[in-house]
Write a new protein. Structure first.
Length: 115
């Protein structure tokens, strides 16, 4: 059974940091061309945050460039999202995905940025 399990979310003050993890089982993440982090803010549509490709290339949404870093540990079959300088507008449920929109999704982890 394929599972993507996100963790590391929580409540943080503006300017704070969190590191999200996406641990996979049943699949090898490095066998997929891309693994991505998406988020869905309250009342809004899901949006792309960051992606990492098999060769290590990464790209980011403009809103998080310079603040977030996506990385992977193939030995642990895990992808991370380091989030620094968090803003109120980063509040959302964060999901990891591989295999594209019709591929595999995790259950999400809540990130709340609030003072």
């Amino acid at each position: 059974q394929v599972q993507l399990v996100e963790s590391g979310g929580g409540l943080v003050q503006p300017g704070g940091s969190l590191r999200l993890s996406c641990a996979a089982s049943g699949i090898a993440l490095d066998s997929y061309a891309m693994v991505g982090w998406y988020r869905q803010p309250p009342g809004k549509q899901r949006e792309l945050v960051a992606r990492i490709f098999r060769g290590g290339y990464t790209n980011y949404a403009d809103s998080v460039k310079g603040r977030f870093t996506i990385s992977r540990d193939n030995a642990k079959n895990t992808v991370y999202l380091q989030m620094n300088s968090l803003k109120l507008e980063d509040t959302a449920v964060y999901y990891c995905n591989t295999g594209g929109c019709s591929g595999y999704w995790g259950q999400g982890t809540q990130v709340t940025v609030s003072s």
